[in-house]
Design a protein around this ligand. Structure first.
Ligand SMILES: *Cc1c(COP(=O)(O)O)cnc(C)c1O
Length: 366
């Protein structure tokens, strides 16, 4: 059994993907090829925002967004302590200080009710993460940000295709950033990402930053970086976006509803707020004795993963500054979460098999 089946996904639209890649090989514009503009237009349309800037990775997208907002040393950026490391890395790379606000233990997203207490005169940006494919509470977050005159950067690396109150992820904040890492809901065949915004000035600036700060060739108005998506990745993404992604979002939700149907108490399916629709970047539940359970599942041919085994403030690279801090919900989640096999090509019987093995193991150990 596969945890994620990227081969099935490729087989599903092999012809379109091969044709797209072949086209790039023929015209040989491996950077800034025509597929880039086309993809950016389609992604912006999909997320319902005015501007999309494709980037070299999701981490680059976060870094470029913070650079464009002129976050620098001494500034504070509020974020969640329970995410993939890249979220906090982007903040640290600019020399700014991450300030953590604990998560809501049901959704695993930044607890907006604790947000205002963390704001200081140095706060420049709030960077919520839409963990496991479900959006944070942007109405509340944006309202607090507006009141304090600070920006919001949406880490939508796991949530592209998800909706919050009928609005697509990517377009929920000052800037939205996503990732096209192969296993993300919309993945390419290497590294890739994108920034989204309705602000034309910010869009222009981000476009310059990913091209070494150039406004035109060899005129460098800003310090930037090599932050572009390459054209072959754009061709892969275009094929998926046009021929597969919308169908896959529906299939993901179908697989999640099978899990919900087959998992029995005390196991609880993920809690999705009624105003959200998740893309289930991971299908993650909480269990007791996780490591024992993972071994037992593995013995029965069922692969699992842990997203993530350590909260960010407990990571060795950050411990020096943050070791004395405590975020009990994030720490508890890091000890208990376990992700199950999940992809849009998973059959109902397979979901039922995983659930019944898991139900039995949990019942025996109780
Ligand atoms: C994957 C991920 C990133 C980073 O994306 P890359 O494309 O791997 O650089 C950032 N934040 C979150 C929450 C992620 O899951």
């Amino acid at each position: 059994m596969k945890f994620i089946d990227l081969q099935a996904q490729y087989r599903n639209i092999r012809h379109e993907i091969d044709a797209g890649i072949n086209e790039v090989l023929q015209h040989a514009q491996f950077l800034n090829g025509p597929e880039i503009k086309l993809l950016e237009r389609e992604l912006a349309h999909f997320a319902d925002v005015s501007h999309c800037i494709s980037t070299a990775s999701g981490t680059t997208a976060l870094q470029v967004a913070l650079m464009a907002l002129e976050v620098s040393a001494d500034d504070e950026v509020i974020t969640t302590p329970f995410s993939f490391f890249a979220t906090v890395e982007a903040i640290e790379l600019l020399g700014a200080k991450p300030v953590f606000v604990d998560i809501n233990p049901q959704t695993y997203n930044l607890d907006a009710s604790q947000l205002e207490a963390a704001i200081t005169t140095k706060t420049r940006v709030i960077m919520p993460v839409n963990l496991y494919g479900q959006c944070a509470d942007y109405d509340v977050i944006n309202q607090i940000a507006k009141k304090h005159n600070i920006f919001v950067v949406e880490d939508a690396a796991q949530s592209f295709g998800a909706e919050y109150k009928g609005k697509r992820s990517g377009g929920l904040a000052t800037v939205g950033c996503t990732s096209f890492f192969p296993s993300k809901p919309l993945g390419c065949y290497g590294d890739g990402g994108a920034c989204f915004t309705d602000d034309e000035c910010l869009a222009e600036k981000m476009r310059m930053i990913i091209n070494h700060g150039q406004s035109k060739r060899y005129q460098h108005d800003l310090i930037g970086l090599t932050g572009r998506l390459d054209t072959i990745q754009a061709a892969v993404l275009l094929a998926k976006l046009q021929h597969q992604f919308p169908r896959e979002i529906a299939a993901r939700q179908q697989v999640a509803s099978w899990y919900q149907q087959f998992l029995t108490a005390p196991l609880k399916p993920p809690h999705i707020e009624s105003h959200n629709s998740s893309v289930f970047a991971q299908y993650t539940i909480e269990v007791e004795d996780r490591e024992q359970l993972r071994i037992a599942l593995n013995e029965q041919g069922i692969p699992t993963a842990v997203h993530y085994p350590r909260a960010l403030h407990q990571q060795p690279a950050l411990e020096a500054v943050h070791h004395s801090q405590h975020f009990p919900h994030a720490e508890r989640a890091a000890e208990r979460v376990m992700s199950l096999p999940f992809h849009p090509y998973m059959q109902q019987e397979t979901v039922e098999q995983v659930a019944s093995v898991l139900n039995e193991l949990v019942a025996v150990s109780a």
